[in-house]
Design a binder for this molecule. Structure first.
Ligand code: ADP
Ligand code: ASP
Ligand code: MG
Length: 406
């Protein structure tokens, strides 16, 4: 007997037929005598719909009320999944995140898990009951409902796998696994049979949507290996696990594209010690996460500063920067939305040289002009024009030998 966690994403529970399909997948595991703990997302599109409804009523809704609203999406699917299991003769019980013992900090819309109390879940599992937990949600110590950031059902699943000491954690989605690039953009992308936590974390942080970055961070921290696979077929998926030495043989494991970034240009900022510090302190106080930063050499007492921020945060960034600039006594802000960040990732970069040259040559061939560059031990990222991004991703994918063999 094994204890298995299965998480089904939004598309997998998108309508009645799909929920019935999920129930069959669960039943076939359960019928083999295994304990099954299920995590489900909201139906695809529901969370976005709820967000737009909230914004139509109040453009600046309170975070607490946002959480109260958004958990409704998952609350629908846990109940429907339990009903679908009952209909095929499987004993099952649904639970909200709070009932399942997921305790978080009090930071609404982006709460972090602080502890897990899985006694109730384990009690049900031991009675041979399938447990279905609402993904993406928890409650703080005061009982206030919180959510774990977009895509947070992945985190619920991995944290619960750790909490119940599961033998296996499977993330079911609408693709067969993790590919060398988004298969919707790169038709020649290849499915990976395995990938290290670190590479998966970089890819996820750099815009690869298949896993939520924070969930991969958690799996790395607590060593919870997991499999990403399709809920629509039985093909073997991708195993995400600790790095093994053979992984370094591959220089570039995958290509990520993030179209959710914007560029902020500050021109003519007073070129004196502390100016940059004030700008970034102001951004941090406004809760804006800044990524790539470039400052050019000052001339005539002024300098230019460029950085990227998540596109949703551009307004907040602009307001914060304008306030600092008025304190500093100069400088103008320009926002550029139509950019994209393209990145290549691989643990093999630690031991191989020449990756940057190869990347820049491929971008040249794709006629994509590089606006910003940043590197770390296992990745290189560039900012390019959004209109060139998809084509450039395909050219870079081919240049690093990642295309599927015909
Ligand atoms: P779910 O609703 O199951 O959580 P998501 O929509 O969050 O699913 O993630 C699955 C999607 O991630 C796929 O449909 C695919 O287009 C996208 N994706 C982006 N990059 C990759 C990649 N490298 N490998 C696999 N899927 C990717
Ligand atoms: N429903 C939430 C979202 O759309 C959480 C998830 O699907 O993982 O972000
Ligand atoms: Mg997802």
């Amino acid at each position: 007997m094994a204890r298995i966690v299965k998480k089904f994403g939004g598309t997998s529970v998108g309508d009645v037929d799909r929920i019935q399909n999920v129930a069959r997948v669960i039943k076939s595991e359960y019928d083999q005598g295994n304990e099954v703990l299920v995590v489900v997302s909201a139906r695809s599109g529901v969370t976005n719909e709820l967000i737009s409804r909230a914004k139509a009523i109040n453009p600046n809704p309170a975070d607490r009320e946002m959480d109260m609203l958004l958990v409704a999406g998952e609350q629908e699917t846990i109940a429907l999944t339990a009903m679908a299991l009952h209909a095929i003769g499987v004993d099952a019980v649904s639970m909200t995140g709070a009932m399942a013992g997921i305790r978080t900090d009090p930071f609404h819309t982006r709460a972090r898990i602080v502890s897990m109390d899985c006694k109730k879940i384990i009690g049900h599992l031991e009675k041979k009951r399938v447990v279905i937990v609402a993904g993406f949600q928890g409650a703080d110590t005061d009982g206030q409902i919180t959510t774990l950031g977009r895509g947070g059902s992945d985190l619920s699943a991995i944290a619960l796998a750790k909490g119940v000491d599961a033998d296996l954690c499977q993330i079911y989605t609408d693709v067969d696994g993790v590919y060398t690039a988004d298969p919707r953009i790169v038709p020649k992308a290849r499915k990976l049979s395995e990938i290290s936590y670190e590479e998966m974390l970089e890819l996820a942080s750099l815009g690869t949507k298949v896993m939520q970055a924070r969930s991969v961070e958690f799996s790395n921290k607590y060593n919870v290996p997991f499999e990403v696979r399709s809920s629509f077929n039985n093909n073997p998926g991708t195993i995400v696990k600790e790095e093994v030495s053979s992984m370094e043989d591959v220089v570039v494991r995958g290509v990520a594209l993030d179209r959710n970034q914007a560029k902020v240009l500050i021109t003519n900022i007073p070129d004196k010690p502390g100016s940059a510090a004030r700008v970034f302190e102001g951004l941090s106080e406004a809760n804006v996460v800044v990524d790539m930063i470039v400052q050019n050499i000052g001339r005539n007492g002024v300098a230019n500063l460029t950085f990227t921020v998540p596109r949703d945060d551009t307004q907040r960034a602009e307001t914060a920067v304008n306030q600092i600039l008025s304190e500093l006594g100069g400088g103008e802000v320009t926002l550029v939305n139509d950019i994209a960040k393209l990145s290549v990732v691989g643990v093999g970069m630690r031991s191989h040289s020449g990756v940057a040259g190869q990347l820049f040559a491929a971008l040249g061939e794709a006629k994509a002009n590089i606006q910003l560059i940043s590197t770390s031990e296992i990745k290189i990222s560039v900012v390019i024009d959004e209109s060139e991004a998809e084509h450039a991703t395909r050219v870079v994918h081919t240049a690093f030998g990642l295309d599927v063999e015909e």
